[in-house]
Structure formats: C-alpha cells, structure tokens
Design a protein around this ligand. Structure first.
Ligand code: HAM
Length: 420
C-alpha cells in the first residue's frame, strides 16, 4: 500500500502554486510600500510560548496544538500562529534597540489540530504583518488600509472589513462581570463548550457559532458599552482615520477573537463566499503581550491572512505556469550534445529553455514542445549541424525558417526578447 499524506495537510501542486506565488509576491510588494520587512522564524517553538501568549483556556491551546516531546524531553509545539514567534524573536534579538518602531511581515505554514473541512486545514498558511512600538490609532488605520489595499490589488472583492474593540485590562473585567451575570441566567441554553467557557473565557461565548448559543446571547451586553475613556477614544480615533483615508468598514460588537492577547482594536476581513470559514484575515492590537513575554512594555498590532482561503476566493482565475520561450529539438548524439550545451548557456543568460533528454523522435519532441506551449522550437539534426544551420519553427503558425548557427545565442536572445 502506498503512503499517503496526513489528513488536513495538503500538497500545493503545479498549476495551483502559481496563484500562491502571485499572492505572496503581491504581499511582498504591497507591504513593502508601507515599510514592512520580512522576518522568518522557526516552525517549532517551546510550548510555553503559545500557552502564555494565546492563552491556556483558548481552543487553540486546549485542543488544537501539535505538541510533542523531543529527545531531550523538552515540550515543543508546531506553531499554531505567527504572532507569538515573531514577538519572541523581537524580544530575544532586542530589535527595539535597532529601531523603536518595527514593521515586520512573515509567511509560512501554521498547524492546528482542527476538524478539516473546506477552508479549514491542519497545516495551513498565513501571510501576516505586525507593527511594534506605535500606540496611536493612525497605525491601526494604516494596517487596515494596507489589508484593504492588498485585497483590492489581488482582485478579491467579496470581503467586508469588520472592526471592534475588546477594551484593556482596565475595562475588560467590568465587561466580563456584566457578561457573566447575563450568561448565568441562560446556562441551560448554551452548548457544552460554552458552559465551560462561561467560567474560563466568557467572552468567547458571544462568538460561538452554535445556533442555540447565538440565540441565547442575542441580547448580551456589548463590549463597546463598557470601554474605559482611553479605549473609547482610541476606537473613535481608528474610525476617524479610516474615514479620512476612505477605508470602508463596519462595526461588529460581537466579534471576539480566539486568542487571549488582544486589547482594544480587533478586526476581521469576512466573506460570504466560504461558508462557515468566513474569516479570510484577522488580527488586532496586543498592547500587553510584549511585556508579558518578558520584553519591553511596547504596544503591538497585526493581522494574518489565511492563504488557502485567499486561493479559494481567487477561484478559477488560474495563473498559468510560464511556458518555455524556446524548445530545443535535437536529432542524433552529436546534435544532442550541442543543444544540451546551448540550452545551458541560454538558461544562464536568462532564457526559459527546455529540451528532450531521452533521444525521442522529432515528432515526439514537437509534441512535447506543443504540450509545454513553447513559442519557438529550434530543430538541429546531424545534417544541420554539419551545415551550421538550424530550423527555427514558430509553433503558433507552424512555419519554419533556416537560420545560421554562428552567433546563434545572440540571435535567440534577441528573438525571444522580440516575442515577449
Ligand atoms: P487567527 O484568527 O487565528 O489569528 O488566524 C488568522 C487567519 O488564518 C484566519 O482568519 C484564517 O483566514 C486563517 N486560518 C486560521 N486557522 C485556519 C485553518 N485551520 N485553516 C485555514 N486557515 C486558517 C491569528 O493567527 C493571529 N496570529 C493574527 C494576528 C496577527 N493577530 C495579530 N497579529
């Protein structure tokens, strides 16, 4: 029996990977315009990092982490998200001593042991960005504007930016109390998970997708009514700056994020086209996290987009793999040796060139060139080689012309440039 991959962990095949590359390239380009630099962090971290940052009572830490012991009995975890590792790297490498403001982005695989379904996988990919060191609501508006800019640029239109504020350690306890009081009277209507969350993490109950819980929490107190003066001012500032730059948004006061580190602004880019996995990007402010993880008391804000969900939303607008500019068809041993050398020289000069490696018939080689959608084919047999002539075939028109092999490299480079 052949060995298969792991459930919920997908291969990204040629034909699909081009869309991934496009989404990644656009992120590099657009995030660059806003001053972000790439950071790469390991996929495995000490388990404690995620417990302390994401929160002990979150679904991610309670149920979804790939945690294992290495041969030295250390508890390690495959990263379920990127923020905690980036902050760990920021603190450990003292990046704040280089620049008081850090704007970092990252892309790569994340791992959560969730029940796989469309748009939800066990290995999935995020493209994320974090800004450390700015408290002003202008940066919240910048981050959200960059996110909106990215979506418009990659041609994903069916998304709505929803924002909320979750308050801070000053005002959240008051809200938590008001919410617990409300939920206490409705415990019987809640699902098993929410009855447990009611004690450990009551804010999550408001965000539960189970219909019974949604109904029971319909009239729950709003977090926005419990914000302290500073959080209220910050949230008003974010909205004002978003309006100033024309970034559209709606307020969703029931949005509670599944990670505990958030303070003040939180947001999601939601779509109606992916069923229950409706968040294509999400994030928020985490003003206490850096200090909690042993770093300087700096504020932070960021987001992550789910790349699989972006790819699903791009749908059938497939980006074709690039086709060779030239295919070299050789007949006979000597001509094959000649074309093999020619191919390598042309590739080194930047041309996309292919050839047949196995001495097939001319007909088979032309079929291969056709399948690869090569624009031109240079045919060289023993006779052509002796006469220092090749046959240059244009695939689209099936026309052929004889060309001299002297200066052939320069000729082919110019010819390809003209055909681009
Ligand atoms: P998150 O909401 O857990 O936030 O994930 C962000 C995005 O990753 C989601 O909106 C979704 O698109 C995608 N995603 C999450 N889980 C899966 C999955 N199992 N399969 C496919 N896609 C998934 C975070 O991870 C935070 N670190 C975001 C952040 C950055 N906050 C501040 N900075």
């Amino acid at each position: 029996m052949s060995i298969t991959g792991i459930k919920g962990m997908n291969d990204i095949l040629p034909g699909e990977v081009e869309t991934w590359q496009f989404l990644e390239e656009q992120a590099r380009r657009i995030f660059g315009l806003y001053g972000f630099c790439e950071i790469r962090v390991p996929v495995v971290e000490k388990t404690e990092l995620f417990q302390r940052s994401i929160g002990e009572t979150t679904d991610i830490v309670e149920k979804e982490m790939y945690t294992f012991r290495d041969k030295s009995d250390n508890s390690l975890t495959l990263r379920p998200e990127g923020t905690a590792p980036v902050i760990r790297a920021f603190i450990q490498n003292k990046l704040h001593t280089r620049d008081p403001i850090a704007k970092l982005f990252y892309m790569g695989p994340m791992f959560r042991y969730e029940r796989p379904q469309k748009g939800r996988y066990r290995q999935f990919h995020q493209i994320g960005a974090e800004v450390i060191g700015v408290e002003d609501p202008k940066i919240d508006a910048q981050i959200l504007t960059m996110l909106t800019h990215y979506f418009a640029n990659v041609g994903i239109a069916d998304v709505e930016l929803q924002i909320n504020s979750l308050g801070c350690p000053e005002c959240r306890p008051g809200y938590r109390q008001a919410l617990t009081g409300f939920l206490e009277k409705r415990l019987d209507a809640l699902c098993d998970d929410c009855r447990r969350r009611y004690r450990t993490n009551p804010l999550r109950v408001v965000d539960c997708k189970v219909p019974g819980c949604k109904e029971a929490t319909g009239g729950a107190p709003s977090v926005l009514d419990h914000l302290c003066g500073s959080c209220r001012g910050h949230f008003a500032g974010v909205q004002e700056h978003l309006r100033e730059v024309g970034t559209a948004f709606t307020i969703n006061e029931r949005m509670v994020r599944g990670l505990d580190y958030y303070t003040k602004t939180t947001f999601e880019m939601v779509t109606s086209s992916l069923g229950s996995q409706n968040a294509v990007a999400a994030g928020g402010r985490y003003d206490g996290l850096i200090k909690d993880l042993g770093g300087p008391p700096l504020p932070g804000i960021g987001f992550a987009m789910g790349v699989e969900r972006l790819v699903l939303m791009k749908g059938d607008t497939r980006i074709e793999p690039s086709s060779p500019e030239l295919f070299l068809a050789a007949l006979g041993e000597e001509a094959t040796r000649y074309t093999f050398g020619l191919m390598s020289r042309l590739q080194r000069r930047g041309l996309h060139v292919e050839m047949d490696y196995e001495g097939k018939s001319l007909k088979a080689q032309l079929r291969r060139a056709d399948k690869l959608m090569a624009k031109r084919v240079l045919i060289i047999g023993e006779e052509e080689l002796a006469r220092r002539q090749g046959q240059l075939r244009t695939m689209e028109t099936s026309t052929q012309e004889s060309i001299p092999l002297d200066n052939i490299e320069d000729f082919l480079m110019k010819d390809a440039a003209l055909n681009r």
